[in-house]
Write a protein of this length. Sequence first.
Length: 151
Amino acid sequence: MTTPDSDGLLAEQLLRLTRRVHRIQKHHLERRGLGVTPAQSRLLRTLAHCDSPPRMADLAARLEVVPRAVTTLVDGLEASGKVRRVPDPANRRVIRIEVTDDGHKALQELRAARRSAAEEILAPLTNEQRAVLGGLLDTLVDGPPARVRGV
């Protein structure tokens, strides 16, 4: 049985782990010299998962941020040649964001940096502990499995 104190401790541990993950990922990004911030990295990863170039509003919704924040991120990535603004073929007033070849190369480097960071963070765990942690994190992220009626 958990107590409010143990739940508070778990919440604090999760926050500390999140900060550590961000710090280590940032370090790995800086070491690779990509010139990409963690927020820009997240935007690039989001773009990579889109079937077609999204609008700024679509990106803002996917990232759960205000549109102005996306504009700032896109401006920085566009200045470094990793993304470009393109007119929508069906409506020239609509601007879409697409990843450039340099952006795809950066995504490969970002994936490698994330893998390196994950290896560093997970190094103290055995394979069995990693599997248990993965299952626990899935439950926390996705919520408990839906119950079958009558069970």
